[in-house]
Design a protein around this ligand. Structure first.
Ligand code: PMP
Length: 385
């Protein structure tokens, strides 16, 4: 039991209370078998059902076409940074016999970390966009004519971007797919998966850690184009100095074993499945997107009304619908946070690298919570204008 929290933390983040209650029960005794979901074998009928059900719910919520496969890995988004680099390069080698060069668009903290990891592993990389270099700070997504895209893309193994930059509050409306013909597009959607409609068919790979919109830390969702599961063999990769994927994150091996090549944290997958079931029941992604748009609109609307008090570092057309980043003019951070806490509005402190405030309004954060926060933002501004 708990009072409904108004919690705006960036991740781990709020989950629906009913999901947590059901999960807590299942942790003790799952489907009346007398032991909990975390205690049964990861190869049992129950565990396989959890995996299959979760995949089926993702397929239906996101209209994932037959050309694509869903699988799960441990290790969070950060493990995605490295596993994407090694696995997708191995797919490119299979197709072309060449190592190729990976293209990265950098629009904030997480895409930057991802490209650094690819370089650490020894990939050759083309930075097709670094928005900080274009604008002096992370906060916008410059139009594609400001990007540096190689004219010949035949040696580009994949192009990577982060759909929603959690720290900087910057979100793509639409990736410029048409500027990368024939190149596999890879997206990190850790902080906005299932928050809005998505055309999966346009992607080679989508990766999303669960702990923001859809579950607990411990499991990461991958949606991959099946043709990319064809990889060159180890000897060929070694000869080309392509890093081998550790076996636990070797995509073909994981897929062949229905995500249970090694012990999968089945409780974490079960929680995702409970979240997905609730989302289906509440009208799916379309209904959720509508609510999310309303939440973002009232919050940004209130902040914009008081430019003497609040600043919005992200440019209007690139504002995230999930992470609303704002700063306070003057030395008001501590006072703002203290007064917010008095109203039980919590989790608002911005990321240490950018400071200020960040209200994360993921799927589980209700319109009511956002209305309460908006009320406070207006009253605080009126008292300080
Ligand atoms: N990508 C994005 C967009 C994120 O927000 C985060 C974490 N906040 C990560 C990747 C890294 O995830 P993890 O901590 O699970 O490695």
């Amino acid at each position: 039991e708990r009072e409904e929290p108004h919690y705006f933390g960036a991740g781990p983040a709020l989950l629906p209370t009913s999901v947590l209650q059901e999960a807590a029960y299942d942790l003790v005794n799952y489907q009346g078998v007398g032991i909990g979901i975390g205690e049964i074998s990861h190869r049992s009928k129950q565990a396989s059902e959890v995996i299959d059900n979760t995949k089926a719910n993702l397929v239906s919520l996101l209209n994932i076409p037959d050309t694509h496969e869903v699988f799960f890995l441990q290790g969070g988004g950060t493990t995605g940074f490295s596993s994407i680099a090694s696995n997708l390069t191995a797919s490119f080698v299979k197709k072309t016999g060449r190592k190729g060069r990976a293209a990265y668009a950098i629009t904030g903290t997480w895409s930057k970390k991802s490209v650094e990891e690819a370089q650490r592993l020894g990939l050759d990389v083309d930075i097709v966009l670094d928005s900080k270099k274009v604008d002096g700070k992370f906060g916008s997504i410059p139009p594609v004519d400001k990007w540096s895209i190689p004219t010949d893309l035949s040696n580009t193994s994949y192009v990577y971007y982060c759909d929603n930059e959690t720290v900087n509050g910057v979100e793509f409306k639409e990736f410029p797919f048409e500027s990368f013909p024939g190149v596999e597009v890879v997206a990190d959607m850790s902080s906005n998966i299932l928050s809005k409609r998505l055309d999966v068919s346009k992607y080679g790979l989508i990766m999303a850690g669960a702990q923001k919109n859809i579950g607990l830390a411990g499991i990461t969702i991958y949606i991959i184009k099946k043709s990319l599961l064809e990889q060159a063999d180890d000897a060929t990769l070694k000869a080309l100095e392509v890093p081998l994927s550790p076996i636990a994150v070797h995509y073909p091996t994981v897929v062949k074993n229905n995500s249970a090549y090694n012990t999968i944290p089945i409780f974490a997958v079960h929680v995702v499945n409970l979240v997905l079931r609730l989302l289906v029941k509440n009208g799916g992604v379309d209904a959720q997107q509508k609510i999310n748009e309303e939440k973002a609109s009232i919050l940004y609307g209130a902040l914009e009304k008081f430019p003497q008090v609040y600043e919005l570092p992200a440019s209007t057309d690139a504002r995230s619908h999930m992470n609303v980043v704002f700063t306070l003019n003057g030395d008001l951070d501590a006072e703002f946070l203290a007064q917010a806490a008095e109203r039980k509005l919590n989790g608002l402190k911005g990321h240490r690298s950018v400071g200020g405030m960040r209200a994360s309004i993921y799927n589980a954060v209700s319109l009511h919570s956002v209305q309460e926060l908006t009320k406070f933002i207006i009253e605080f501004a009126e008292a300080h204008s």
